[in-house]
Design a protein around this ligand. Structure first.
Ligand code: HEC
Ligand code: HEC
Length: 208
């Protein structure tokens, strides 16, 4: 028989990804309206994220070009990526071992915690390369990551990210055996030249 679609009652009503994002939205609304709750979360997470801080920095700014800054990153994106490390859609030995034992509720809490930290640009340099990067960004990246590189929901903020991390990640997307094999970025990154990657990384890291 050619029919492969299961009957409606056998299909899950919402995907686990969507259900998790919905819980995050509810939690964000709750925290936005309750200052005490916000303070409690911050206080608790300051201690509970000590492991994360070793690589991602106490203030969400990393000093190692392999580790991304998390400060000011969109909470929906942080949560999605923790989920992807958890189930292997995104591969990284360290982050997978770290994400696997974290409960859904804690993934939501750390995502809110790091997203609430104020971000600052990794570089303040403006030169010919950043001008070239800006032009490229407007044409090829802004429609998804926003004119100012802030992203939205599960579309990541790029503004101010470490240039080494941007370069490494764009190369990673373009690889045949990418560690981020489900990403929409794979095709986009695969047509970028080395000079374009360098220009984009220089401009993105200087965006505020
Ligand atoms: C030993 C160092 C290390 C520790 C500890 C660590 N991370 Fe990471 N994290 C990394 C590296 C390296 C990457 C980039 C992985 C890659 O190349 O895909 C990363 C990526 C991430 C990302 C994806 C961000 C993005 O911009 O795509 C998130 C979210 C994240 N880490 C959250 C956490 C949280 C939460 C903790 C603590 C529970 C933590 N990390 C602890 C090294 C670490
Ligand atoms: C069609 C929409 C779209 C366009 C166009 C796009 N991106 Fe993305 N990008 C995404 C999404 C969605 C993600 C995160 C999801 C994922 O990787 O699975 C992402 C992730 C990234 C990341 C990883 C961020 C991190 O913290 O790990 C980088 C770097 C990036 N994009 C750079 C670029 C650059 C540079 C351009 C322009 C050349 C661009 N993107 C164009 C949608 C887009």
């Amino acid at each position: 028989m050619a029919c492969v679609t299961p009957p409606t009652e056998q299909r899950p009503k919402t995907s686990p990804d969507l259900a998790l994002q919905k819980k995050l939205t509810e939690q964000l609304a709750l925290i936005a309206s309750d200052k005490t709750l916000r303070q409690q979360l911050n206080q608790a997470m300051k201690f509970r994220t000590r492991l994360c801080q070793r690589c991602h920095g106490v203030d969400g700014h990393s000093r190692n070009g392999r580790c991304p800054n998390l400060a000011g990153q969109n909470p929906g994106y942080l949560l999605q990526q923790l989920q992807h490390f958890h189930d292997g859609r995104r591969q990284d030995f360290q982050m997978q071992s770290i994400a696997r034992p974290i409960s859904d509720a804690d993934k939501i809490a750390v995502s809110i915690y790091f997203s609430s930290m104020p971000p600052r640009p990794a570089s303040t340099k403006k030169n010919d390369q950043t001008t070239q990067g800006e032009a490229l960004f407007r044409i090829r990246c802004a429609q998804c990551h926003g004119e100012r590189g802030q992203g939205l929901y599960t579309y990541p903020r790029l503004a101010g990210q470490l240039p080494e991390y941007i370069r490494m990640t764009l190369h990673e997307f373009a690889k045949l055996n990418s560690r981020r094999r489900t990403s929409i970025m794979r095709e986009i990154a695969s047509i970028l030249s080395e000079a374009e990657i360098n220009a984009l990384a220089a401009y993105i890291s200087s965006m505020e």
